[in-house]
Design a protein around this ligand. Structure first.
Ligand SMILES: Cc1cc2nc3c(=O)[nH]c(=O)nc-3n(C[C@H](O)[C@H](O)[C@H](O)COP(=O)(O)O)c2cc1C
Length: 335
C-alpha cells in the first residue's frame, strides 16, 4: 500500500523542486503525526537484526542518514518504516537560513543528488521543543536517535568547539549518540576542521558536555589517505566512540549535469569512492565501529558495506529514488 502510494506520488513529487517536495512530505508527517503513523504499515525490524553499536542498541543495521529530518519533525514515522536507528540534524546552535534556493538538485538518470544547503536549521531551542513535544505526546520512536551537530556559519573556526559543546549540553537528554559533523562541503571553512588538531579540540569539547552519550565523527570522502587516517585515529584517541563515513563529495565523476552545480554529490555515483574511503576508515578505526554511508540504493549496497566490516549503514539519496520501502527491503534481505 505504502509502496504503491509512493509509486503513484513519485512523478508528482519529482515534478516539483526537490526541496519543496521534501518539505511537503515532511510537513504532512509533522502536522499530522498520529494519522501518518496510523497509515504507515508497521515494518519494524525483527529482533534478530538488533545489534550494539558503541553501546547503543540499534534495532537493525539500517539507519536514516543526517539531513533528511534536519529538525526532528518526523521522528514518529521512521522506525515504522524499518529504520533501526534515526539520525536527525544537522542542527546548529542558533537558527540559520542556509544557502539561497534552489539548493537541492536531482540527477535522475544517475540516481544522484547535488545539494548546497549549508545547514539550514531551526536551531537547537526549536529542536529541543520539538523533541520534548514528541516525547510528551508519547510518539518517541522505539529505536535510537542520533543527533548530528554543526556549527553556525558565523561562528569562527577558533570558536567552533563552543558551538558543538553547547549543542551537546542542550540536547543531551534526547540523544542516544551525537555526531560531530565537520564534513559538509557547503559551510565555508568547515572541512578545514577535519585536520587533526582542530578536530581533536572539537571532539574533546563535545565529549565534555555529552555526559554518557557517545560521540561519533562524520568524515568527507574527499580527504586524502593521510588526512582521513589521521582524522579517524585522532578522533578516537580523543575519545570518539564511532566513525561515520562518508558525507557528500565535491567530485563530479565526469557527470556533465553535476559539473554545473555547486555542492556535494550523493547517491549511486558516490558509491565506489565511499566504498574505498570506508575501507580506509575501517582500517584506521580498528575496533571502533564505522557506519558506512554513500550510495546505498538497494539491499546489495548495504550488504557490501556490512561485509566490508561496517557496524551499520545509513541511507539518504536511496530513500528518494527507491522510496519508503527501502529500509524494509534491506532488512528483509539481511534476514
Ligand atoms: C539534500 C541532502 C542534505 C544533507 N544534509 C546533511 C546534513 O545536514 N548533515 C550531514 O551530516 N549530512 C547531510 N547529508 C549527507 C548524507 O547524510 C549522506 O552522508 C550522503 O548523502 C551520502 O549518502 P547517500 O548517498 O545515501 O545520500 C545530506 C545529503 C543530502 C542529499
Amino acid at each position: 500500500m505504502l509502496d504503491l502510494a509512493y509509486a503513484a506520488l513519485k512523478p508528482i513529487l519529482f515534478s516539483m523542486d526537490a526541496e519543496t517536495a521534501h518539505e511537503r512530505v515532511l510537513g504532512l508527517a509533522s502536522s499530522m503525526p498520529g494519522l501518518v503513523r496510523a497509515l504507515t504499515p508497521d515494518r519494524r525490524p525483527p529482533a534478530s537484526l538488533a545489534r550494539d553499536v558503541a553501546g547503543v542498541r540499534f534495532a537493525s543495521p539500517v539507519g536514516l542518514a543526517a539531513g533528511l529530518d534536519k529538525n526532528g519533525e518526523a521522528l514518529a514515522i521512521w522506525d515504522r518504516l524499518g529504520f533501526g536507528f534515526i539520525e536527525i540534524g544537522t542542527v546548529t546552535p542558533r537558527p540559520q537560513a542556509g544557502n539561497p534556493r534552489p539548493r537541492v538538485h536531482r540527477l535522475v538518470a544517475h540516481r544522484a543528488v547535488v545539494n548546497s544547503m549549508g545547514f539550514p536549521s531551526d536551531g537547537m531551542a526549536t529542536m529541543r521543543a520539538q523533541l520534548e513535544t514528541t516525547r510528551t505526546q508519547g510518539r518517541w520512536p522505539s529505536v535510537p536517535v542520533g543527533i548530528n551537530l554543526g556549527k553556525n556559519k558565523t561562528t569562527s573556526a577558533e570558536s567552533a568547539g563552543d558551538d558543538y559543546a553547547e549543542l551537546a549540553r542542550e540536547l543531551q537528554e534526547f540523544a542516544d549518540y551525537f555526531v560531530v559533523n565537520v564534513s559538509s562541503p557547503n559551510t565555508p571553512g568547515l572541512r578545514d576542521l577535519q585536520t587533526v588538531e582542530p578536530l581533536r579540540r572539537i571532539v574533546r569539547a563535545t565529549l565534555d558536555e555529552a555526559g554518557d552519550v557517545p560521540v561519533f565523527v562524520k568524515f568527507a570522502p574527499d580527504l586524502d589517505d593521510d588526512g582521513l587516517t589521521a582524522g579517524v585515529e585522532g578522533s578516537i584517541a580523543e575519545g570518539a566512540q564511532g566513525i561515520i563515513a562518508t558525507n557528500t563529495t565535491r567530485q563530479r565523476f565526469g557527470i556533465a549535469e553535476a559539473e554545473e552545480l555547486t555542492g556535494g554529490l550523493s547517491g549511486a555515483p558516490l558509491k565506489p569512492l565511499a566504498h574505498e574511503r570506508i575501507a580506509l576508515a575501517l582500517q584506521a578505526a580498528g575496533t571502533t565501529p564505522v557506519i558506512g554511508v554513500g550510495g546505498v540504493l538497494g539491499p546489495q549496497d548495504a550488504t557490501d558495506y556490512l561485509e566490508l566490516g561496517c557496524a551499520a549503514v545509513q541511507v539518504y539519496t536511496g530513500f528518494i529514488y527507491a522510496g519508503p520501502g527501502l529500509p524494509h527491503a534491506i532488512n528483509e534481505a539481511l534476514r
